[in-house]
Design a binder for this molecule. Structure first.
Ligand code: GLV
Length: 328
């Protein structure tokens, strides 16, 4: 029987489905493995079901001679050394599509929370500081409706974010390396603009590009300097896409008005500068965190993994070059 390592706790029904076909080593304790533990557990595995926080690097791959597939339970896969896996003929898979709407919802939750100062108001009420029922100028925020939303990165999730802007009668600008077909721009009511134009004209700015070293600090101090002082910025993409120190400084100096952040450089460690700021809403990497979506992600990952271990091409292969190696 083939052996599968499940690096973190997943739903019982997912483990049960795996056990129908494979011998399963499940990290039910849910304490992330150290790099040494990861290499040790991977050593016997034919397949790994991993989360975005599990580093599957050259050392892990080298320790696992029987490994055929790393199936990430995520759309992102920057935790996996894909080039090293490809060289070894190991398939890497992800779970695109199933989390787009849920991540777009969270992006909007942060946009609204930051714009309307929800977390600040909640903390104020809980501290018992609400003494006068109505104060004309208290907790004034920004209107989303009829404002301009700028989306940097217009893939599936970016488009799901854009779609939601229609209900708020927003003007939608986007910047992407490649323009969408005209029919999609029309459907989403979105206009392609140069990056600097988007930064300067948007009231709300969302970044949604996949992480790779090439886009490390894709948003940095000079970008915040180009935004409106009233701008609200949201990062639900990936830690490292945004220079956290630069965002903290922009928020501290009121260079921009507010932000919502779900993903951080080096998470779960956090730049402590965030903690003293009232104009930022922080969530712990929960973009895809609804039960239905997390279950769909697990199911997609199991389908990918099973396909490889049963000798088929998985539906969501991120390194198709590996198939060339099979023929060589
Ligand atoms: C989550 O961060 C994912 O990439 O799916």
């Amino acid at each position: 029987m083939k052996r599968v390592l499940v690096t973190r706790q997943v739903f019982p029904e997912v483990v049960a489905r795996l056990r129908e076909r494979f011998e399963v080593d499940h990290n039910d304790a849910d304490v992330p493995y150290t790099p040494a533990q990861m290499a040790e557990r991977a050593a016997m595995a034919d397949g790994i079901l991993a989360t975005v926080m599990d580093k599957v690097d050259e050392d892990v791959l080298a320790a696992a001679p029987g490994l055929k597939v790393v199936s990430n339970i995520a759309v992102g896969y920057n935790n996996v050394d894909v080039a090293a896996a490809t060289k070894r003929g190991i398939r890497v898979t992800n779970t695109p599509g199933v989390l787009d709407d849920t991540t777009a919802d969270l992006t909007w939750a942060l946009l609204m929370a930051a714009a309307r100062r929800i977390a600040e108001g909640d903390a104020f009420v809980r501290r018992g500081e609400w003494k006068i029922a109505f104060t004309m100028s208290a907790f004034l925020g920004a209107d989303l409706h009829h404002a301009t939303l700028g989306i940097l990165g217009m893939g599936r999730i970016g488009q799901a974010i854009a779609k939601r802007a229609t209900g708020f009668d927003m003007r939608v600008l986007y910047h992407n390396r490649s323009r969408l077909p005209e029919a999609d721009e029309k459907r989403l009511n979105a206009t392609w603009v140069e990056r600097d134009c988007l930064l300067a004209e948007s009231d709300f700015i969302v970044v949604m590009v996949p992480y790779s070293p090439a886009v490390h600090h894709f948003i940095k101090a000079e970008d915040f300097a180009k935004m409106k002082p009233t701008a609200v910025f949201v990062n639900t993409a990936r830690g490292g896409i945004v220079d956290d120190a630069a965002l903290i400084e922009a928020l501290r100096a009121k260079r921009i008005a507010a932000a919502g952040v779900d993903v951080f450089e080096g998470e779960p460690a956090l730049n402590p500068g965030y903690l003293g700021l009232s104009n930022v809403v922080l969530t712990p990497h929960i973009g895809s965190a609804s039960r239905a979506t997390r279950l769909r992600m697990c199911e997609t990952a199991v389908t990918n993994l099973t396909a490889v271990l049963e000798g088929r091409t998985p539906p969501h292969l991120v390194n198709p070059q590996v198939l060339q190696g099979d023929k060589a």
